[in-house]
Design a protein around this ligand. Structure first.
Ligand code: APR
Ligand code: PHB
Length: 389
């Protein structure tokens, strides 16, 4: 088989890139290790920056998001007895869109299928060949049968555990990592959200987050130990702990119910440089991970896709490789800023096992400054709604 762009990974990065390229007449094949049902069973953050909303529009995939998503003009932050709001709309002129990442992925699959896009599911042993030549190709197996795809470019959209990043020789690749000493225990429940806007809470007992998918589906998280097991947390224990970490008024109003999903996610900051090796380009989680505080995971993937997509369109339109040559440097410049924000917001909101009283005072002073200082709020809001591409 031959295609212009071979895409490894059928998560949101790979699907969005494939759909955007298709709209500009560039063909691609997506190789996905799992089934579509498996990909759609993964639950991840649901806050979309305007940049991603615009890309979904450009991809022709925005109608359900526009109809069912919720525009949020601000967010709430609590600490101790204090509760304050950051007004994104007033501070930056821009809101965010609350719409589940699973739904984004579902809409992208639907668009690829409607356009007759080629997606190979349940592929194994994807191997990258000739990334440094003008004739790269992939080999893989599907249900035991060996196959090969020749292509002009390879997009490595295969997430943190994928093969693409690891294909770049160690001598070329540098990795930067920070692992946080706690996790997030998250539940999904068919209950109305406790608040119209998200609440990020720094409490004595640790971080909590009240989020949502729609007016009958809530998503809540509490900071937990890395050694905790989700099965060991009963729903009742989860709700009790959440109530103790959020402001009393909200705790009193919280509607609880059975969880329909419960899982623990570790927190990590990770970046690999460069994001390009010859004709291989890394996108999304394949190249970087952020802790979920601030919901930048999917949004950083989207800015990568934006830069790569425009670089490829330029290459096929006039033969210029300027865009793809600038890809790694442009993508990384934005990624590091999102990494900084996610790290700062995580550091501000969590209790660390080795935190000293001094560290705690610094957190409280940082929060009090954010509560009272417009410039600090503006910096927070600009980062939260998303820095420009
Ligand atoms: N061959 C083929 N597919 C693979 C391989 C492989 N060797 N390894 C991984 N994959 C697939 C995974 O099964 C997954 O469906 O690549 C896909 C990568 O998807 P994601 O992990 O969702 O990564 P990405 O598309 O970059 O999305 C970024 O997802 O993890 C969240 O927080 C993150 O919101 C961010 C978004
Ligand atoms: C979510 O809804 O899952 C969510 C929202 C905001 C975050 C992280 C996760 O910062």
């Amino acid at each position: 088989m031959r295609t212009q762009v071979a895409i490894i990974g059928g998560g949101p990065s790979g699907l969005l890139l494939s759909q955007l390229l298709h709209r500009r007449g560039i063909d691609s094949i997506v190789l996905e290790r799992k089934t579509k049902a498996y990909v759609l069973s993964r639950i991840r953050a649901g806050v979309l920056e305007q940049g991603l909303v615009r890309l979904m529009e450009e991809a022709g995939c925005a109608s359900r998001m526009q109809a069912e998503g919720f525009t949020h003009d601000g967010t709430l932050i609590s600490y101790g007895e204090e509760l304050f709001r950051i007004d994104f709309k007033e501070l930056t002129g821009t809101p965010v869109m609350v719409y589940g990442q699973t739904e984004v992925t579902r809409d992208l699959y639907a668009a690829r299928e409607a356009a007759g896009g080629q997606i190979e599911y349940e592929v194994d042993d994807v191997t990258i060949h000739g990334a440094e030549t003008d004739a790269p190709y992939l080999t893989y197996t599907i249900h035991g049968e060996a196959r090969r795809i020749d292509c002009d470019f390879i997009a490595g959209c295969d997430g943190f555990h994928g093969v693409s990043r690891r294909s770049i020789p160690d001598t070329i690749r540098t990795e930067y990592e920070k692992v946080y000493p706690f996790g997030w225990l998250g539940i999904l429940s068919e209950t109305p959200p406790v608040s119209d806007e998200l609440i990020y809470a720094n409490s004595e007992r640790g971080f909590a987050l009240c989020s949502m998918r729609n007016d009958q589906l809530s998503r809540y998280y509490i900071q937990c130990k890395l050694s905790d097991r989700p099965e060991a947390w009963s729903d009742e224990a989860f709700w009790d702990e959440l109530k103790r970490r959020i402001p009393a008024d909200q705790a009193a109003q919280l509607v609880t119910g059975p969880s329909i999903e419960k899982s623990i996610a570790p927190l990590r900051s990770f970046v690999t440089e460069p994001m390009r090796w010859g004709r291989l380009f890394l996108c999304g989680d394949a190249a970087h991970i952020v802790p979920p505080t601030g919901a930048k995971g999917l949004n950083t993937a989207a800015s990568d896709v934006h830069y790569l997509y425009h670089g490829l369109v330029q290459y096929y339109a006039d033969g210029s490789s300027d865009g793809i040559d600038a890809y790694s440097q442009k993508a990384l410049a934005r990624i590091w800023k999102a990494e900084r924000f996610s790290w700062w917001f995580s550091s501000l909101m969590h209790r660390y096992p080795d935190q000293t009283e001094f560290d705690h005072k610094m957190q409280m002073a940082d929060l009090a400054f954010l509560q009272s200082n417009r410039a600090a709020q503006q910096a927070m809001a600009e980062n939260y709604v998303g820095l420009p591409y």
